[in-house]
Design a binder for this molecule. Structure first.
Ligand SMILES: *[C@@H]1O[C@H](CO)[C@@H](O)[C@H](O)[C@H]1NC(C)=O
Ligand SMILES: *[C@@H]1O[C@H](CO)[C@@H](O)[C@H](O)[C@H]1NC(C)=O
Ligand SMILES: *[C@@H]1O[C@H](CO)[C@@H](O)[C@H](O)[C@H]1NC(C)=O
Length: 359
């Protein structure tokens, strides 16, 4: 079987129950049956998609920008690596799936699931009691785990790392939840409040995991080769390597490649041709440095291009009831990374400079 990404894997499982049939329907969905499986599967896909979208957003101005070609979460791809970046992909996908399932539950999209009312009526703290609709993360966690973790078939250190990062993603959804309250009492005196726990915006989960990506820890596996045929030995080694790493932290096994460079076999395009941002006071520090990060530090130069953008303008309301607009053409300047004319020599020099700074 060729490379398989999470979305196609999930799509496959929906249509054909191919290789996941044993893992899912038999073990996890025996009690609820294929109907429940199908009910959740579409939400799982929506959730995985929103995770990938968030990944693209979070890494829009980074050298590695969450390209489709690297979103292979399945174990069936022989090339798969376990870098800092794939750890983020695992976490944000798992988080997206859990998030969507939880939201669906609160919205009443599933018959067998509703708000978490386990604490309703209890006193939460001074002046407030539990009420309203707390998002049912326990449900989202349980179902998403069954779907997403089942994609990980192996028992090696990579599989263990991927499962750990999936878990970190789900914990991010929980960890960013917050309390929301409503006032009660005589004419809005707010003498008593009812409060519930709700999911943060998914963007916040993305921001949280992006920080975890920056702080990700490299798992130091024992370099001694495991004795041939003794897999129990190897498992002991994996467990040992994981000791002391909090479940909330992202971990990886391999250092990231140089994302400045194109590497077809790994599915990286390099940064040549990428857009970067310049000259807007409003931009964040991160955006303002995008040309440096994507172009200059990769031994490329920045070229300016003027691009015509057509939009609607001068819209007028005509009685009754139409709106007519003109088409206005605006010339905007955009910036892109391009190869230097003089070619290789400069590139190597710049790369060395950049490497020197990093170490
Ligand atoms: C779950 O929510 C997503 C978007 O939030 C929606 O597209 C999907 O249809 C929902 N699933 C169900 C079963 O209603
Ligand atoms: C692409 O990446 C692989 C794996 O890291 C490496 O072995 C190979 O040399 C790279 N190819 C190029 C052209 O950099
Ligand atoms: C800067 O941001 C403010 C508020 O977000 C906005 O009103 C303003 O138009 C922006 N200026 C530019 C040059 O983009």
């Amino acid at each position: 079987m060729g490379p398989l990404n999470l979305l196609t894997a999930l799509a496959l499982s929906v249509c054909c129950h191919v290789q996941f049939a044993t893992a899912w329907t038999v073990n996890n969905f025996l009690m609820t049956g294929p109907k429940a499986f199908l009910t959740y599967a579409s939400s799982v896909q929506v959730g995985a998609q929103s995770g990938i979208q968030e990944c693209k957003q979070q890494f829009a101005w980074e050298r590695w920008n969450c390209p489709e070609s690297t979103l292979q979460l399945s174990t069936h791809n022989g090339l798969r690596s376990a870098t800092r970046e794939t750890s983020f992909v695992h976490a944000i996908s798992a988080a997206g799936v859990m998030y969507t399932l939880t939201k669906n539950c609160s919205m009443g999209d599933f018959e067998n699931c509703g708000c978490d009312d386990s604490r309703i009526g209890q006193t939460g703290g001074r002046g407030w009691i539990w009420g309203g609709c707390s998002d049912n993360v326990a449900f989202g966690e349980k179902i998403s785990k069954q779907f997403v973790d089942a994609l990980e078939g192996g028992h090696d250190s990579r599989a263990a790392v991927n499962l750990h990062n999936n878990e970190a993603g789900r914990l991010a959804v929980k960890g960013t939840m917050r309390k929301a309250c409503k006032c009660h009492g005589v004419s809005g005196s707010c003498s008593i409040q009812t409060c519930w726990m709700q999911l943060a915006d998914f963007r916040e989960v993305g921001n949280y995991l992006k920080k975890k990506h920056e702080q990700a820890k490299k798992l130091e596996m024992d370099k001694k080769p495991a004795r041939a045929g003794n897999s129990a030995d190897n498992r002991g080694g994996i467990a040992h390597a994981f000791r002391g790493i909090p479940r909330t932290e992202l971990i990886y096994l391999e250092d990231s490649p140089d994302y400045c460079l194109k590497n077809q076999s790994m599915g990286f395009q390099g940064t040549e041709g990428r857009e970067c941002l310049k000259g807007n006071k409003n931009m964040s520090q991160w955006e303002r440095k995008s040309c440096r990060r994507l172009c200059y530090e990769c031994g490329l130069r920045v070229v300016e291009k003027r691009i015509a953008v057509v939009s609607s303008c001068n819209c007028k309301f005509h009685w009754c009831c139409t709106v007519r607009c003109d088409k206005c053409t605006q010339i905007v300047t955009k910036y892109y990374c391009a190869r230097k004319e003089s070619g290789r020599k400069q590139h190597n020099k710049a790369k060395r400079r950049h490497r020197g700074r990093r170490h």
